[in-house]
Design a protein around this ligand. Structure first.
Ligand code: NAD
Length: 354
């Protein structure tokens, strides 16, 4: 078995917690480059791994003809630039979610994939989540009947990540709660329903609770290490939307921060025969009927090691040139839907997609 030389570009949280450990688990991969604009981060990742070259310039990585596969684990503002350059250099790419800051950037990534014929996967990791795959199988088998409505709720009391830092700066992230968090939920909906296309989108976004950074009071702050109390907050901290698709209607309530007390993290798939509630990151419950009786089936499924499965599937694509469910052609549908949500919110009216 020949090894696949891999480069990791961006050596922060997701690289160290998911990509690098998953490559370590797969005997086919050998990480040969660690790249970060902060040299200490590239060096620390290399030292923990044990070998490999370090650089602060991703172009140096792409000039190495031996590199076959690249993980792009940088903030969203350079996803498109680095991914397109890597594809043009003949590398296969797994780029973290969201694909990019805007749909226009994501379309450029898709065009580069088509032009170069390389693999381009996006880190829509829930496509490798065991519970999600069980739900998809049940929907595909017709257990829910026709799914006419999906309700997505991802709402935290007050939990804005790294306030003032990259997550809350529009120029870097491209958006807030929707693009960072909602992308996972919308992607699960798209995956389970066979990737329907959005037809009309009506949305409002709100940038309210994080605006006054020095006085923001919070319950929790993931990515607290990246917070900058003198930084920027110009993204959505909550969103509501109604989307008509070529499949079911999708309604969305999402928030990093709302004055709601208890948060929610679930997706309701509502069919005419049965319904399923997926607790995000956990198992699911099936609500149906049997004769004249109501039935409730609790399924204690979990995510499994979805990051390891995502990386393993990416390496399959690199080895064989095959396509997987996380390919750019799928991810672009969610990019288009999210862009329409942001456009609808900016215009305060419905957006019609052709
Ligand atoms: N799949 C998931 O569940 C998941 C979870 C967390 C983050 N993410 C995504 O992963 C990406 C990174 O998030 P993170 O939390 O790891 O952020 P992070 O800030 O912890 O790490 C990003 C790293 O990229 C480096 N970087 C920035 N610009 C660079 C460049 N031009 N070249 C090389 N390195 C560069 C930064 O210095 C930093 O070390 C984001 O797009 C985020 O949305 C995905």
């Amino acid at each position: 078995m020949s090894t696949i030389p891999v480069a990791v570009i961006g050596c922060g949280t997701i690289a160290n917690s998911a990509h690098i450990p998953s490559y370590v688990k797969d005997p086919r991969a050998k990480i040969t480059w660690f790249c970060d604009i902060i040299p200490e981060r590239a060096e620390a990742a290399r030292d923990a791994y044990g070998s490999g070259k370090v650089t602060t310039d991703y172009r140096e990585v792409l000039q190495d003809p031996d590199v076959k596969a690249v993980s792009v684990c940088t903030p969203n503002n350079v996803h498109a630039e680095i991914t397109i350059a890597a594809l043009e250099a003949g590398k296969d790419v797994l780029c973290e979610k969201p694909a990019a800051r805007t749909c226009a950037e994501a379309e450029q990534m898709l065009a580069a994939k088509k032009r170069t014929g390389r693999t381009l996967n996006i880190g829509v990791v829930n496509r490798f989540n065991e519970a999600v795959n069980q739900i998809k199988e049940r929907i595909d088998a017709g257990e829910l009947g026709t799914v006419h409505h999906v309700y997505v709720s991802f709402r935290a009391h007050r939990s804005i990540p790294g306030i003032g830092g990259a997550f809350t700066t529009h120029a870097i992230a491209g958006g807030g709660a929707l693009i960072d968090w909602g992308v996972h939920y919308l992607d699960i909906v798209m995956y389970c329903l066979g990737d329907p296309e959005a037809k009309t989108v009506s949305a409002e976004t709100f940038s309210v609770l994080g605006r006054d950074i020095p006085n923001y009071v919070y319950e929790s702050m993931w990515a607290e290490n990246t917070a900058d109390m003198n930084g920027v907050y110009d993204v959505d901290d909550s969103i509501t939307a109604l989307v008509r698709t070529t499949g079911p209607v999708v309604t969305v309530m999402g928030a990093w921060a709302q004055n709601i007390g208890v948060g929610e993290a679930f997706i309701d798939f509502m069919g005419d025969r049965a319904g399923i509630r997926l607790q995000y990151g956990g198992g699911f419950t099936v609500y149906g009927t049997e004769g004249k009786k109501l039935t409730t089936e609790v399924v204690e499924a979990g995510t499994g090691n979805m990051f390891a499965a995502e990386i393993s599937s990416f390496l399959d694509c690199v080895e064989t040139g095959s396509e997987n469910p996380a390919r750019m052609e799928q991810a672009i549908l969610t990019s288009r839907m999210m862009q329409a949500m942001y456009d609808s919110a900016a215009a305060h009216r419905e957006v019609i997609l052709d």
